[in-house]
Ligand binder design. Sequence first.
Ligand code: PAF
Length: 283
Amino acid sequence: MTLIVRTVAEMRAQVRAWKAAGQRVALVPTMGALHEGHLSLVRLARQHADRVVATIFVNPKQFAPHEDFDAYPRGEAADVEKLASVGCDLLFAPNGGEMYAPGFASAVLVSGVSEPLEGAARPQFFGGVATVVAKLFNQSQADVAVFGEKDYQQLQVVKRMARDLDIPIEIVGAPTARAGDGLALSSRNTYLSTEERAAAVALPDAMKAAAASVAAGGRIDEAEATAVAALTAAGFGPVNYVEVREASDLSRLGPGPICEAKGRILVAAWLGKTRLIDNMAVG
Ligand code: PAF
């Protein structure tokens, strides 16, 4: 059974009791609308700790006013069942007032790695993520936290933030869970119509082809342009970015072939009214 708590004090008391008993505690932050990808994070968290705390909070600070905060899928009862099915010990599901009390006036900003790609397309996003994640780390006092590689830039931003602020927590990245046709699982996939869902496979296909071409010594600028053309032909548009970047600081690579660096290809593109993101290692 998964215990549900709504306040920081309740979560802290439980975590303190586990730690006093010598147990290691893992945190899996989510915004709910849980799917197999989230459950794989909980399973991985279990491998790193004795107890797993999941959090569900649709964080208003990481949405711009024109984005989908109101429409973001919510369904706590179904989420709780799924968490219980993978042995999650505790769910922290605070309301807005518990997370951002009246007068809340602080923010955590991570420069550098948060600036390109998602940071350029969604300028409010990483400030909101870093602020809420820093709060969740402090609130839970967990030993380890698991984040999906699906949001690869977010994972790098969180690692940078924890290092820079000396937060004593280990950050673990989990491989992206994918549907049979290769589309990365995402809560926002529920926005896709049947036709869009069928077309969406072009995204992992274009990304894989570009990664393979760069890994085989091809030019980065040509691989990126080919992927943009493939996405456009499949009905995506606008394509926000297809870029091969250095894997940990996300600095720009190319335009020629990769030399020594470890690369990551990152993609964001609209399909109808849905914005999809994905990424994979190059080589
Ligand atoms: O990846 C998410 O679901 C969110 O960005 C996170 C990390 C839970 C912060 O709100």
